[in-house]
Design a protein around this ligand. Structure first.
Ligand code: ZN
Length: 253
């Protein structure tokens, strides 16, 4: 179990991972301690030494609060999560610049929110699908472009709060896909009549129906992490009465 410990005086934190469970060196027959266990143990002892006589508290990590701009699998990245002492909420910045370096944790007083950076159509993906599916004769480039422009017009009127999100496993945590709503689809179909005629219209109509649910016609939203630091009040004492503190500790268990 990971344990997140905060020095309330300095606002520094230490992440005690399962790696630094005290290894029982003596009981391991002939075994020498593994180097990383030794380092982790020393790090924690250094932390305790540096913050001697400072009040310490456990922070509880808020579930499902992890966000990062890079894929989950990327080892060198910065990510954020939220934690609380039951009274105040903090943002923890977790980062590693090089793969051989240990992770660093930094405490930020405040909160973060996700901000929509852009909403776009998957232009390249749409063109690729049109080329793949539209043969004999191929769709003229100009008509493909006209179709893309029509899709782009939808972005100007659509309200992202009313779109259905596709719960797809994107490797990028801050990228999300949404279905076009019924009004937008009707607009698209109606205006396609100005570009396509007869058999071509039938084809584009079928194309829209094929790709509206989970394909190239999904709208792609990209979010950014917005950190809102709260007032700098680093040395503010904790006003939690001792009895309450104990209660909080019990509840956490
Ligand atoms: Zn301290």
């Amino acid at each position: 179990m990971n344990q997140l410990i905060r020095c309330a005086t300095c606002n520094k934190i230490f992440m005690k991972t399962s790696f630094d469970q005290w290894p029982e060196y003596d009981s391991v027959a002939g075994g020498s301690p593994e180097p990383y266990l030794e380092i982790a143990k020393n790090d924690f002892q250094d932390f305790l030494k540096n913050h001697r006589n400072h009040p310490m508290e456990n922070l509880q990590i808020i579930e499902d609060s992890f966000v990062s701009e890079k894929p989950y699998s990327e080892p060198t990245k910065t990510s954020y999560f939220k934690a609380t002492n039951g009274k105040e909420r903090f943002v923890i910045r977790k980062s590693r610049e090089r793969i051989e370096e240990p992770l660093t944790y930094e405490l930020i007083r405040g909160d973060y929110s996700l901000k929509l950076l852009r909403l776009e159509i998957q232009a390249e993906e749409i063109m690729k699908q049109l080329e793949r599916e539209w043969k004999n004769p191929p769709l003229p480039q100009s008509k493909g472009e006209a179709f893309l422009n029509l899709c782009r017009k939808i972005l100007k009127t659509v309200d992202i709060d009313h779109l259905e999100r596709i719960p797809e496993d994107s490797p990028l945590p801050l990228e999300t896909y949404y279905k076009m709503d019924e009004v937008s689809l009707a607009y698209l179909l109606r205006n396609c009549r100005n570009i396509f005629e007869g058999r071509e219209y039938k084809e584009i109509e079928a194309f829209i129906h094929r790709h509206k649910e989970d394909g190239a016609l999904l709208l792609k939203a990209t979010y950014g992490i917005l950190i809102a630091e709260s007032e700098k009040s680093q040395l503010e004492p904790l006003h939690v009465p001792h009895a309450l503190k104990e209660k909080m500790m019990i509840e956490k268990k």
